[in-house]
Write a protein of this length. Structure first.
Length: 363
């Protein structure tokens, strides 16, 4: 036992030295330690996260229509809620969309950020006449705490075959009012993003433009700005404009298609094909989308294209449950109607894929 004592003393001395080096034995008993610094508030906008899902997730879910879009809805809902037009948060969402498209494998030269100022849109304001961007954002979308003088469209070009100059436009606005904006309109944005991934593996004949519109909530300004910049020859090359907005309000999914000529709704070869594709999905696969012409009159980004005399298709929910309320949140929707969002996104994803691959200008 006597031989152990020197060993214990050595161990005790070593422990005392370590504690002293860590600062745990140098503070007198009557002195309070310095307070732990608190983190500074995170400045807006929310930092752009690493694009998700990652490449391996894309590969695993490539054959599951609608599944990929669910992750995009969650990201926009949770990371970019309150995506008010003409704000830094809206800009953050736009950059995340562009980064994710790049991460999918689309070449950088095919992804464009089309910026426009508030002053650029003044001549295009069909629904509003307000003096400045802060007033517009506050009145139509909520608070304008991080307002800026610019909004932007994100445009992805997926080239078609070299012997065709015709284009199909697929659009959805990504901005929101003062809500998480899951249905309005993370759902439409996510549908386009998944479709853009799927098209990487398809041989599309026509060029397809995916346009993620900014500043929809205060007068469809992104859509108006885009179409005003097109030449007549570019307009003539557009076969159809497909618009996705407010998809997950309920389980009743609808579409409407039209062209207006001399103030009259008409059916043409393209609208007839769309109706036939929807009917074929119902007859062969039990996938039902209700044909509701009234959807073509809803206030959304297809209207500037209607006014230009183009054929349009509108994809939307037939019911309104959470639009422009705090309940427009993916977590509430999943809790309130389990499985509804998954089924609706599956349905619209299949329909959009079929339209993009089967619509023909030569029908």
């Amino acid at each position: 036992m006597k031989k152990i004592y020197p060993t214990l003393l050595i161990i005790f001395a070593l422990l005392l030295a370590v504690l002293t080096a860590c600062g745990q034995s140098t503070t007198p008993n009557n002195t309070e330690p310095s307070p732990t610094p608190t983190a500074a508030p995170i400045a807006t906008p929310t930092p752009i996260p690493t694009p998700v899902p990652q490449a391996d997730v894309f590969a695993l879910t490539a054959d599951m229509p609608g599944y990929i879009s669910l992750g995009f809805i969650h990201t926009l809902n949770d990371e970019f809620y309150n995506r008010l037009p003409f704000t830094y948060t809206e800009l953050g969402a736009a950059m995340w969309i562009a980064d994710t498209l790049l991460h999918m494998g689309h070449p950088a030269e095919n992804i464009q950020i089309q910026s426009f100022s508030w002053e650029d849109t003044v001549p295009l304001q069909a629904f509003i006449r307000l003096p400045d961007v802060e007033t517009a954002v506050s009145m139509f979308a909520g608070h304008a705490d991080d307002a800026r003088n610019y909004s932007q469209n994100v445009i992805l070009t997926v080239p078609g075959r070299s012997d065709s100059t015709r284009t199909i436009i697929v659009g959805a606005h990504y901005d929101s009012v003062y809500t998480p904006g899951a249905s309005d309109n993370a759902s439409g944005t996510a549908l386009l993003m998944e479709s853009a991934y799927r098209l990487l593996h398809q041989d599309n004949y026509y060029t397809i433009l995916y346009i993620f519109f900014g500043a929809e909530e205060i007068g469809l300004l992104g859509a108006y700005y885009f179409i005003e910049g097109l030449s007549q020859s570019k307009l003539d090359d557009i076969i159809v404009m497909i618009n996705a907005d407010v998809l997950i309000e309920s389980g009743r999914s609808g579409f409407g298609t039209t062209q207006i000529v001399d103030y009259e709704h008409v059916e043409n070869n393209v609208t007839a094909q769309i109706n036939a594709i929807a009917q074929g999905l119902a007859d062969s696969h039990g996938i039902y989308l209700i044909n509701e012409h009234r959807l073509t009159r809803m206030g959304s980004d297809h209207l500037p294209f209607v006014e230009a005399g183009l054929s349009v298709v509108v994809l939307a929910s037939l019911d309104i449950a959470v639009l422009h309320t705090p309940y427009d949140c993916i977590h509430y929707l999943n809790e309130r109607w389990p499985g509804m969002v998954d089924e609706v996104m599956w349905r619209f994803s299949i329909f959009l894929d079929k339209m993009l691959m089967e619509i023909s200008a030569m029908y």
